[in-house]
Design a protein around this ligand. Structure first.
Ligand SMILES: *Cc1c(COP(=O)(O)O)cnc(C)c1O
Length: 219
């Protein structure tokens, strides 16, 4: 199977999962995660009509996306990896969506940079649903207060919540927890589900899934 077949396969499975959950297929966005793949490998996805992409490193994304963006209209770029505050200016300049807002310091830095650059990015708060020490994200118990701080004190528009469940656990309870937290925050967008579990995530209400290896191959 080449990339375009794999992409079509993922889109079909997404449609099927949405139908099984009684949801409209358009309600779920595919974020194609192109991290570690170079421009050459990404072009076939763009040629197949894919426009929304995810990258986890600011510097790596800077190396390939300005050129790719110039080749096709309508590219939407999501930062899905942790953001260090010294990279905030570059991230705000390059990305359309930051999915990894997870602490006050970075929320403040993003607010200041958006004001300085006159840009309004779409933002997600990342939740560490498994409370894994090595993983980024705000603790579930702190999520409602943190979203309130972002909105009320920093004037940020938060679009939704994002999570990466522990690799060795059943993801269902984590997706359910993220959905519950989003409801308590009055948010209706959920970024959850990767190559191994995006159909499960759609069953739990994902509005976007981040799929890498199932499209681009193993890294
Ligand atoms: C790499 C990555 C993905 C994609 O993972 P696959 O298993 O390759 O689909 C999704 N989300 C985040 C945050 C990632 O870093």
């Amino acid at each position: 199977m080449d990339l375009q077949d794999r992409l079509e396969d993922v889109r079909n499975r997404m449609r099927k999962a949405a139908a099984e959950a009684g949801r409209r297929p358009e309600a779920v966005t595919l974020v194609a995660v192109s991290k570690t793949f170079d421009a050459e490998a990404i072009r076939p996805a763009i040629a197949a009509g894919q426009r929304v992409f995810g990258e986890n490193r600011v510097q790596e994304a800077q190396g390939k996306w300005p050129a790719l963006r110039a080749e096709a209209a309508g590219i939407e770029l999501h930062l899905i990896g942790p953001l260090q505050s010294n990279k905030t200016a570059e991230a705000v300049a390059l990305f359309d969506v930051i999915e990894t807002v997870d602490r006050e310091k970075i929320a403040r830095a993003i607010a200041a940079e958006m004001a300085r650059q006159g840009r309004a990015l779409r933002l997600y708060v990342q939740v560490n649903t498994g409370l894994e020490p090595q993983k980024a994200g705000i603790a579930p118990d702190d999520t409602v207060a943190f979203v309130a701080l972002c909105r009320d004190e920093l004037g940020l528009t938060i679009e939704g919540l994002m999570c990466i469940p522990p690799a060795d656990e059943n993801p269902g309870p984590h997706f359910a927890l993220l959905a519950k937290l989003a409801e308590r925050c009055n948010l209706d967008r959920l970024s959850m589900g990767m190559s191994g579990d995006y159909d499960v995530a759609i069953g739990f209400g994902a509005t976007s899934v981040r799929v890498g290896s199932a499209i681009f191959g193993t890294r």
